[in-house]
Each structure stands twice: as structure tokens, then as C-alpha cells.
Design a protein around this ligand. Structure first.
Ligand code: FES
Ligand SMILES: [Fe+2]
Length: 367
């Protein structure tokens, strides 16, 4: 499977670990167990018991240890097997295997209520590489809602979808009051690449008020400006800096709703889409919470997710879109640039691995 390894991926949200939960999730082709220790640290390790491959996330917690649901081998928070209940008086002394059995563990970081996991070599994990999503964190004057979905498509198709605003008026007609007013207002697009970071700017000027806007900002005027500025970082991290503001007010008056859109491969043919949305208006409104939660969930489950999965199906198993020579439109620029950055990073990672393997081989030969 050609996925970047030495990068951070979103693994979920902090609140998913509440109530001592054992969270099992397949990420980037690997089965991962995530939980919070009694001291509050979130840890990640393989979710596969080395005995008969049972999912440890179905097991039981004993303090910071997790026991396998099948035959009870017990592992500590570092992934080390520390107990075999079927051995001599429940100790490990009679069996060699459990004594050395150690699950693969993964660097895990928790920032702004988001869990980030490093799937590559632990010694290369650098927290300064985690893209900044601080503007989406719940804090005084801001309210954040969360969600996630599983999509039946290669993760890069989901990234394409999230970097593309031009589908909104066709795929999400409810956002347009059910009308097709494609030429009624002005749109502006531009794309910028700064190193390996890509920005896609999209703005709709003098546009009519949408139903959700009235929920987020009841005083919203009839004439609006909607902006959707997307910052992409490899492999699937997108900050959606968005807002619904009064037209011609320099984006100062209105409702600002930045969100983190994070796509993590499950395998070649499916991925998770994790999202949050942080608003600075109508904070105590349960209707606004519900409108966003339900609106985003429903839109992605029934519109984006469904469409992306159908496109994947029409590609007959192919996962590399560019190899199929698709028609490229000017509005695809940001997504195509993202794909090129990913392809280059994959090549660099493969070359680095080959170099390291050659160095290790030379070392062994010298010993
Ligand atoms: S499968 Fe886990 S102890 Fe047997
Ligand atoms: Fe969409």
C-alpha cells in the first residue's frame, strides 16, 4: 500500500477516549488500539493480540493494562505483555513467548481536542510537523462540534472533494435554497503554494443568505459574503477557514466557522473523514449545534460520501486518479498540486528507506 508513513495522521478526537474507552480503529492499513491511561496520557499500540489476533479493543481494562478478550493475555500501556493467566499461577515464568511479546506502539499527540498519530519510525516523529488547527479549538467565545465518517474511496478522492468548492451548488442543492442561481453572484478563486503547503481561496460575493446562516447568525442581512479558504498539508489535513459575513464589511461582521477537515486512509479503498467546526456566534444555541452537526453529517453521508464512492466505483478499482488522465479544470489546481506533493514525498520516503536498508546491510556485512 503506497501511503506516506513518516507524517502525522488524524486518529480521532480526544473525547472519544472518555469513560476509559478502548478505541479500536484501522488507520493507514494497521489495526490500532488507543486509550487514555489513568494519569491522562493518550497512548496507541497495535490492536492485534499476537496469540490468535483477537482485537484488544474488545478486551477489559485493569488500571492501565488491557487484557485480551480471547485468552486473557495482559498488556501494559507500552504494549508489553505482562501477564499470562493460563501460565503457571498466572505468571509469565513458564512461557517464553509472552515474556517477549510486545505490541507495536505508536507516537500519539493530543492537540486542540484532536488525536494525531505517527505511523512511521517513532524516532522520526516530530511534533512541530503537526499542522496548526488551534483556531478550531473550543475556548471562551467559541463553540466546537465534531464528527467523523467512513468513506468507501481512496483517501485522495476525499481530499479532492474537500478542496473543491465548485461542486457545492450542484451536489448540495439544499445549501442553495433548492435553487440554481449559478450566475447570480460573483465568485473568486485563487490557489497559492508555499513550499509543500497549498492554499485554495474561494469567495462568493453579494450572495443571498443561506438557511444555515440564519441559524448561525439570526441577524444576518440578505446580502452576504461567503469565504472558504482551505489550507492543505500532507497527506490529508485541511484547515477550512470559512465564514458567513455581511457583504462589503471586510469579513469583520458575521459568523466565522473555521473547521479541521482531516482525511486518514483506512486502506486502499476506504478512509475516515474527521471534522470539527468552531463557531464564534450564537454559542449557546442548541439549534446551531444541531444544525451544524446534522447538516455536516447528513451532507457528507448522503451527498459527498455517496458521490465520492460512486466515482471510485466508476474507476473500476483504480486508485490513482491522475493515471487515468482525467479532464482537469482550472478549479482543480489545488487538488492536483496536493497530489503532486504526495507523489513526490512518497518517492522521497521510498528512496530514504532504500538508503537506510543499504546502510544497515553494509553495517551487518562489516560485523
Ligand atoms: S488471542 Fe489474545 S490471548 Fe489468545
Ligand atoms: Fe461537499
Amino acid at each position: 500500500m503506497a501511503f506516506l508513513k513518516n507524517v502525522w495522521y488524524c486518529a480521532g478526537f480526544s473525547h472519544e477516549l472518555d469513560d476509559a474507552k478502548l478505541l479500536g480503529r484501522k488507520l493507514v492499513g494497521e489495526h490500532v488500539l488507543i486509550y487514555r491511561t489513568e494519569s491522562g496520557e493518550a497512548v496507541a499500540m497495535s490492536n492485534v493480540c499476537p496469540h490468535r489476533f483477537a482485537p484488544l479493543s474488545e478486551g477489559h481494562r485493569y488500571g492501565d493494562n488491557v487484557s485480551c478478550p480471547y485468552h486473557g493475555l495482559e498488556f501494559n500501556a507500552e504494549g508489553q505483555c505482562v501477564r499470562n493467566p493460563n501460565g503457571d499461577k498466572g505468571t509469565l515464568t513458564d512461557l517464553k513467548a509472552p515474556r517477549v511479546a510486545r505490541l507495536k506502539s505508536y507516537p500519539l499527540e493530543e492537540l486542540w481536542g484532536i488525536l494525531f498519530i505517527w505511523m512511521g519510525k517513532p524516532e522520526k516523529a516530530d511534533t512541530s510537523l503537526i499542522p496548526d488547527f488551534s483556531m478550531t479549538e473550543e475556548r471562551p467565545g467559541h463553540r466546537t462540534v465534531f464528527g467523523f465518517h467512513k468513506l468507501d474511496a481512496h483517501y485522495e478522492l476525499a481530499v479532492d472533494n474537500l478542496m473543491d468548492r465548485t461542486h457545492v451548488q450542484f451536489l448540495h442543492p439544499r445549501l442553495n435554497l433548492g435553487t440554481d442561481f449559478r450566475d447570480d453572484f460573483e465568485r473568486r478563486y485563487s490557489t497559492e503554494q508555499i513550499g509543500d503547503e497549498i492554499w485554495d481561496y474561494h469567495c462568493e460575493l453579494n450572495a443571498p443568505r443561506m438557511p444555515l446562516t440564519a441559524i448561525l447568525w439570526p441577524e444576518a442581512p440578505e446580502l452576504m459574503e461567503y469565504y472558504f479558504d482551505v489550507r492543505w498539508n500532507a497527506p490529508g489535513h485541511m484547515l477550512l477557514d470559512a465564514g458567513s459575513v455581511a457583504a462589503n464589511t471586510d469579513r469583520k461582521i458575521g459568523s466565522h466557522t473555521p473547521g479541521a477537515n482531516m482525511v486518514t486512509p483506512i486502506d486502499e479503498h476506504s478512509c475516515y473523514y474527521f471534522w470539527n467546526n468552531c463557531r464564534d456566534s450564537n454559542l449557546d444555541s442548541a439549534e446551531a449545534d444541531k444544525g451544524l452537526q446534522h447538516g455536516i453529517t447528513d451532507t457528507f453521508a448522503n451527498e459527498d460520501g455517496r458521490m465520492v464512492a460512486m466515482c471510485q466505483e466508476m474507476m473500476d478499482g483504480e486508485t490513482d486518479l491522475l493515471s487515468m488522465k482525467p479532464l482537469l479544470l482550472p478549479s482543480d489546481e489545488a487538488a492536483v498540486r496536493a497530489r503532486r506533493v504526495i507523489a513526490r514525498k512518497l518517492r522521497e520516503e521510498a528512496e530514504e528507506e532504500a538508503r537506510e536498508a543499504a546502510d544497515n546491510g553494509a553495517l551487518e556485512a562489516a560485523e
